[in-house]
Design a protein around this ligand. Structure first.
Ligand SMILES: Cc1ncc(COP(=O)(O)O)c(C=O)c1O
Length: 388
């Protein structure tokens, strides 16, 4: 066999995701998993029933249409109108994908040429770096710094070069919980228009904003024709295993993303698409209840982590809390997280792996709070053993 490495150089160093590693550690040690962001209670029973009904009635059991079933595309368009006043034609301006993950991959593969630069907030959600690399493009990080993780907009402007093709945004931002303000979004939109940049915006936590509201950048002047908005049913409806996501954008952008998407999965999740169409039409009380529930959980974990001795950066959105372990006299988040199950029976994620700049997040650890109250209370009691 040739001595050439099997993994191509674009993916060099991206062996396995931190979530797989830490979830495996949780299983092996029996620790409480506050690492990976998946709820430990399923979403609404009637939505699960809708999926069962679709399977029984033979809806979606064979390949659904490439762009997604019309019922779901219509429900997505209605959702964008209902919450943000954004009008999209279900026929050509909406694309159903295998989770937001596929939407991100398809957008990068469709819109980037080798050598293009993509500016993205660091810490990055981990698939961004891999997808930019698979497209042969170069990531250019804009570091969000503790304690408030606001983007430095002058620095952003300075990072735009003639090779910059797109801005990859994520608000509410995983892992920091930062939510872009209307002023920040306006400044970013003006820059995108001025420098003729595309914007891909990952808004999977759109219904988990605790302070203020979620504002889609696509609604700002000049942005509709240059923005690919991405979201997913996984987080909003607590069915992360269904992997139903979507893109809303102009006809031209959707056509480009669809071209890549059709050769990745072609289609996915047939019966679940029918169920998600029903979920998106749930009354406002569902969305308000979901947010209120997660806000209570945020406060529970936030208070507990402070009591245990962590420095806590209260998130404005998402279901993650970023902390700093310096008060324990520790500096290395990765080593801390590897030892945490042994020390007190809890699993968390080191934010350091989401940075190109190793110093920027070296001592940051992320916990999720999308777990039952009793589980959070148990985790907090265990973490108090750390004696910070
Ligand atoms: C910021 C962000 N984008 C995308 C995803 C993936 O979404 P999906 O499960 O719909 O592929 C996640 C999941 O954790 C996420 O946190």
């Amino acid at each position: 066999m040739s001595t050439r490495p099997l993994l191509n150089r674009r993916l060099n160093g991206m062996g396995s995701t931190i979530f797989a590693e830490m979830s495996a550690l949780a299983t092996a040690t029996g620790a409480i998993n506050l690492g990976q962001g998946f709820p430990d209670t399923d979403g609404p029973a009637e939505i699960a029933e809708a999926a069962v009904r679709a399977i029984r009635e033979g809806r979606g059991n064979q390949y659904p249409p490439g762009p997604g079933i019309p019922e779901l595309r219509t429900a997505i368009a209605e959702h964008q109108q209902r919450f943000y006043g954004l009008g999209y034609d279900p026929d050509g301006e909406v694309l159903v994908t295998a989770g937001a993950t596929e939407a991100i991959a398809a957008a990068m593969l469709a819109l980037l040429e080798p050598g293009d630069e993509v500016i993205a907030f660091e810490p990055f959600y981990d698939s961004y770096a891999a997808c930019i690399a698979m497209a042969g493009a170069t990531r250019v990080p804009l570091t969000l710094r503790a304690p408030d993780f606001r983007p430095d907009l002058d620095l952003l402007r300075a990072k735009v070069t003639p090779r910059t093709r797109l801005l990859l945004l994520n608000s509410p931002h995983n892992p920091t919980g930062m939510v872009l303000t209307p002023d920040e979004l306006t400044a970013i939109a003006e820059l995108a228009c001025e420098r003729d940049l595309l914007v891909v915006t990952d808004e999977v936590y759109e219904h988990l904003v605790f302070d203020g509201a979620h504002h889609p950048i696509a609604a700002l002047p000049g942005m509709r024709e240059r923005t690919v908005s991405i979201s997913s049913a996984g987080k909003t409806f607590s069915f992360t295993g269904w992997k139903v996501g979507w893109v809303t954008a102009s006809r031209e952008l959707v056509a480009a993303v669809r071209t890549a998407k059709q050769y990745l999965t072609y289609v996915s999740a047939g019966p679940f698409q029918y169920a998600v169409a029903e979920a998106l039409r749930l009354p406002d009380s569902y969305y308000a209840g979901f947010r209120a529930d997660l806000l209570r959980k945020r406060d529970l974990l936030d208070t507990g982590l402070r009591a245990a001795g962590f420095e806590v950066y209260e998130p404005q959105g998402t279901y993650f809390i970023t902390t700093d372990i310096t008060p324990f006299g520790e500096k290395d988040a990765y080593a801390f997280c590897r030892a945490l199950p042994e020390r007190c029976g809890v699993v968390a994620i080191p934010n350091s792996v989401f940075y190109d700049d190793p110093d920027a997040g070296r001592s940051q650890v992320r916990f999720t709070f999308c777990k039952q109250d009793a589980v959070l209370a148990d985790a907090v009691a265990r973490l108090e053993r750390l004696g910070g």
